[in-house]
Design a protein around this ligand. Structure first.
Ligand code: ZN
Length: 260
């Protein structure tokens, strides 16, 4: 049976000397993988039709047995070409595609929302007007939220004391903040500092899901580092993610800023 869907390219890898294996995120079929036969032949109809971060219209033959389908036709709907001229933004775009790939299983859970989130974040990176690091951490938090791991920072998870303007910590295993009186000893590695400025940023972001919220957000270098540590710890403890691709992306950005 032939199926048709929009799809964002999450990964392209060689399948044979002339064919590709492509993993896509789709709003209708979830994450799916197709073989693209003859993709690397000089006269292939697929040449230039897909690449990492493209949104495409994809026609494929559905196969139930092994979960790997066969691509029939593909044409780009949004190539996001400006990303190719902004390597910092492209590095972050490649990372969030990798994150979407590893945070999902083949199937349809949450995929419509995740598809919209990924497409909108890639578009924002492509526009080049926002800090790529801020967009990455926004995406990570929204992804965690979609998968049921929204961070709770209004009050201490143990004693229920309100935390506004107090120094606190974030316990990634528990998914929320703890006041310093309830800090466990010794401090486990999944507990990270959570200053008042980062708490207020998280509260501001939890008030709405639209990327337009970022327009009015100023994120300091200190907040960015705190966010990076918090989301990294959550990805490790909530989703059991390996962070190699993230570490490479972040190290590349730090290197470019002359911090390495
Ligand atoms: Zn407490």
């Amino acid at each position: 049976m032939i199926a048709k869907t929009e799809a964002i390219v999450l990964r392209v890898s060689p399948f044979s000397t002339t064919s590709h294996m492509v993993t896509w995120l789709t709003p209708d079929y979830g994450r799916l993988t197709t073989v693209v036969k003859g993709a690397m032949r000089p006269k292939s109809a697929f040449l230039g039709q897909y690449d990492l971060c493209y949104t495409c219209e994809l026609l494929f033959y559905e196969r139930e047995r092994d979960g790997v389908h066969m691509a029939r036709e593909c044409s780009p709907l949004n190539t996001r070409l400006p990303l190719r001229r902004q390597w910092r933004h492209y590095t972050c775009a490649a990372y969030i595609c990798d994150l979407a790939l590893h945070a999902t299983l083949p199937g349809r859970d949450h995929t419509e929302e995740l598809y919209e989130l990924l497409g909108a974040t890639l578009d924002r990176l492509c526009a080049g007007r926002s800090s790529p690091e801020v967009l990455v951490h926004w995406f990570e938090l929204r992804l965690l939220q979609l998968l049921g791991y929204a961070p709770h920072v209004e009050r201490c998870l143990v004693c229920r004391k309100g935390l506004s303007a107090e120094r606190a910590v974030f316990d990634a295993a528990k998914g929320g903040a703890l006041c310093l009186d309830c800090l466990p000893h010794p401090v486990p590695e999944h507990v990270v500092p959570l200053g008042p400025d980062t708490q207020s940023l998280l509260r501001q972001w939890s008030g709405g899901h639209a990327l337009s919220l970022l327009r009015n957000t100023v994120v300091s270098g200190k907040q960015l580092l705190a966010l990076q540590r918090l989301t990294g710890t959550m990805l490790t403890y909530c989703l059991e993610m390996r962070l190699e691709c993230r570490n490479v992306a972040m190290a590349t950005l730090r290197c470019e800023r002359g911090e390495l």
